[in-house]
Design a protein around this ligand. Sequence first.
Ligand SMILES: [Zn+2]
Length: 491
Amino acid sequence: MPKTNLDLVEFLEGITASESYPVWQEFYRISQIPRESGNEDKIIEYIASRAKTLGLKFRIDEGEKKNLVVYTPSTNGSSDTVALQSHVDMVCEKETSSQHNFLTDPIVPYVSDSFVKAQGTSLGADDGIGVAVELAIMESGDMLHPNLELLFTVDEETGLKGAQAMKLPLKAKYLINLDSEEVDTITVGCASAWRYKAILPGTAPADAKKLLEIALSDFPGGHSGVQIHETKRGNPINIMGYLLSRYQNDSDHHINIKNNFLNITGGTKMNAIPRDCTVLVHPEAIYMSIEEEAKRISEHFDGAKLNVRMIDADSLDASQTMMTMHPEQLRNALSLIHSGVLYMGTTQYCPVETSNNVGVIRTTNDGVTIEGMFRSSNAYREQMALDSIVRAFKSNHFDGVELTGYSGWEPKSDYRLLNMAVDHGKRIIGDMKISAIHAGLECGPINGAYPGMQIISIGPTIIGPHSPDEKVEIRSVEKFYNLVHALLKDL
Ligand SMILES: [Zn+2]
């Protein structure tokens, strides 16, 4: 067991005979090079110069995103090619008291009990350990492996931008992504992510004195991928669409919303499940008894609230734009575009295959803007469901429907690379879990651009990534490195 609070150099002096020594040595070296997302030129130059010194061929993407591949010839007699892939950038977070400058200062890693941490900052084990593993393999003269394409991508942490822009020529039949965060888990699938935005033009600025405010609040919110199947979270923007439809021109109910909407606002990010939505309308007839509906909302969506009240337009924040809009079109779009799970997963590895999250709704002088995030791991159902969302907007006179994103990676069982990882993993690590995530990984865009590769994602155990508490378990790094070795020897 390592001693507490050694710096990493002292620690290295104590483990020179350990199999993972080269990984830690490389990790220490790259920790000296600032590498926040978008600031990766130095680390890419550094890796390229190491390849050059070894006489290895390499290539850097020509576009704005400088992804790098280093080609290493086979040493085990295999004529197959395997890609190992990690991202060189890191999330830079520091403690409030820290003076660390992420543009100039090296990370200071140290050993604390059985983990490596950084002084006052995030550590960058995500994905620095993956980068270090590739460098250690690149440097090792005697290791057995097939032809290797050692891939280093940039700008992962701000939306997989490097991987999305990758144009490097690759021959690999197998790809091992080194960016997972639990040593005993093999990831076999991830979702696409499509961001969409559409605008319903307003017809005229509105000027009303008395307004009815309908407010949905206190919804739990959450991650638009990994928590989208938790029904009790609800989506207040869609629920508002339902309320507005239900109470239109309906004299049986207590609220009669006949007139045009003036302002609708909800959510904060397209990739977060919204927590609130508020509408201001200029109603024709109002009866304020909404207890029944409020009770149902609270019961069905984890304590969420519905409040309705009359307010003076004068009391509003001046930044709240008032526009007159076609109620019909807005109501229809919000009712037709479902948020939540669209298709369940078809394997045991992930509960959800296809989902949608209407994340943000805003009123500006242009009208009402709706933004959301759609995810799927199946290309065909993705196409069908995305098509229906775009149609719901267009048929309701929304303008300029924008769609940007990247493809997913459909989980499969029983393929050679996975079976080998399970077998070797059982021997080296112990019981192995197989999982797929309903969120993005670089394997998604890479799978889209280089179809037909067998892919897995593995990594050491990292706790608290993207925060100053980030730490990586020392023993898991050794196990992870041994697993990569064993796979490369047999591939
Ligand atoms: Zn990562």
